[in-house]
Design a protein around this ligand. Structure first.
Ligand code: FAD
Length: 313
């Protein structure tokens, strides 16, 4: 069975959830082979094996000293050497660039923001805010596919995770942009938005940049905080927390929308959540069409009561 290369996303050596989703997807297509760059592969191997990685290719940390291009050179080289069936990466801003560059090197094609892939490599896109599904297939060379986080449920399956050291002779072009400094983002107490099991989001209904009503409920549940674009555009919450078509895609077990109308572009980023709870004072708001539980009321009354009840437990 041909290998499917999966570029691992990790933070401080911890494998991100999206990689477990990509490995699950890779198993449909062929034999999953994780591509790990830098130190820490030994500790991560168990997790990669748990989601079916048969191989773990470990590349030198030096590749992380430069911006994007070395990853593309590595993936293109591995794809050739291993006769890979496909390359899967997460559809982050950086990895989409990696995907594009890799496809150019391979003379193949790239598909980005994909939400599903069949065994015969037909990729599914969800467009126009989730109202339209399109299918596309790369017709030449090894397809490079950037898959949106939270599109595929990760399912465990034991793999062998056989480690193999790999390397690539970086071209001068790949060394053109060097990373001069890494500034660690302050890791708050809350889980990361795209990885969280529970997300509490606030919209225009919050009414001001005082998002404490949203944050307090989120903290009572150990949840991540999200925001609608209206809230972000009003400057009430930072844009890395925006959920939707032009923000993050989330698919938590529980999504609580506070004062969010449920515009199509917002739905595009959260409609696959397992359980959706909407708090909205307008009984006609479109969010109620997709919510499992609706509370018709003022979020400034409902959310604090909910927070208090949860904190009592
Ligand atoms: P509104 O639509 O104004 O809704 C506010 C809701 O709060 C109303 O339903 C109201 O009844 C309720 N409310 C008001 N006060 C209270 C209260 N006290 N208690 C309870 N309920 C209350 N939007 C996104 O969110 N994410 C995106 O990624 C995104 N991308 C976009 C991309 C494009 C190309 C375009 C054109 C638009 C995009 N939008 C996106 C914007 C989207 O169309 C909506 O404008 C936006 O989602 C509305 O945000 P909202 O629901 O917070 O505000």
């Amino acid at each position: 069975m041909a290998e499917v290369l999966v570029l691992v996303d990790q933070v401080d050596g911890e494998v991100k959830k999206v990689t477990t989703e990509l490995l699950t997807l890779a198993r449909r297509i062929g034999e999953p082979a994780a591509v790990w760059i830098g130190e820490g592969a030994d500790d991560a191997k168990a997790k990669l094996a748990e989601f079916g990685a048969e191989k773990v290719y470990v590349a030198p940390a030096e590749l992380n000293d430069y911006v994007v291009a070395p990853k593309a050179e590595l993936l293109a080289k591995l794809a050739g050497e291993k006769s890979a069936a496909a390359i899967l990466v997460s559809a982050t801003a950086e990895n989409k660039e990696v995907a594009g560059r890799t496809a150019v090197k391979l003379g193949s094609g790239v598909l980005t923001d994909v939400v599903d892939v069949t065994a015969d490599l037909v990729a599914e896109h969800s467009i126009f805010g989730g109202t339209t599904i399109t299918h596309a297939k790369v017709r030449a060379g090894v397809p490079v596919i950037a898959v949106r986080p939270n599109s595929i449920p990760a399912e465990p399956a034991q793999g062998a995770a056989v480690e193999e050291q790999v390397s690539v002779e970086l071209s001068d072009a790949a060394k053109a942009a060097k990373v001069v400094e890494r500034v660690k983002q302050e890791k708050g107490a809350r889980p990361e938005l795209t990885e969280a099991a529970i997300v509490v989001s606030g919209g225009r209904g919050v009414g001001s940049d005082d998002f404490s009503v949203v944050e307090n409920l989120a903290d009572s549940l150990g949840a991540a905080v999200g925001a609608s674009r209206a809230a972000v555009d009003s400057g009430w919450y930072p844009n890395q927390f925006q959920v939707g078509q032009t923000g993050k895609t989330v698919s938590p077990q529980l999504y609580i929308a506070l004062g969010i109308s449920g515009a199509i572009q917002h739905r595009a980023g959260m409609q696959t959540s397992k359980t959706i709870v909407a708090v909205n004072k307008d009984p006609e708001a479109p969010i109620h069409e997709i919510s499992d539980f609706s509370v018709i009321g003022d979020l400034h009354q409902v959310a604090p009561q909910l927070t208090e009840e949860i904190n009592k437990r």
